[in-house]
Design a protein around this ligand. Structure first.
Ligand SMILES: [Zn+2]
Length: 104
């Protein structure tokens, strides 16, 4: 069996499965999250006051919940930590958009 190879893979992906990663463009620490639509979304690791996403630790992935305006108000009142998408805060976001545009 390929037990050894699997163990190595497991060690590598443990870091990823906890959601931590680094942005390939600017090198910032980010979380890789999965949205409710099942899309991978990079989020900044620091909670910010005007964030729009709530992060939840799922069984395998960090889940990001993009809140509506109404839900955001409630979350802020309750002191829920909110996070911003690294898509919008990345200094190299222009490059990301170009890549995305090619897909559309
Ligand atoms: Zn970045």
């Amino acid at each position: 069996m390929s037990g050894d190879g699997d163990a190595l893979k497991g060690a590598e992906s443990e870091y990823e499965s906890r959601g931590f990663a680094r942005c390939r463009s600017c090198g910032a620490e980010i979380f890789w999250t999965v949205t409710t639509l099942g899309k991978r979304m990079p989020a900044d690791v620091d909670a910010i006051e005007d964030g729009t996403m709530q992060l939840l630790q799922g069984a395998r992935n960090m889940l990001s919940l993009v809140l509506t305006e109404h839900a955001l108000e409630a979350a802020r009142r309750e002191g829920v930590q909110l996070y911003g998408s690294h898509f919008s805060s990345c200094p190299d976001a222009g490059k990301w958009r170009q890549q995305k545009g090619a897909n559309k």
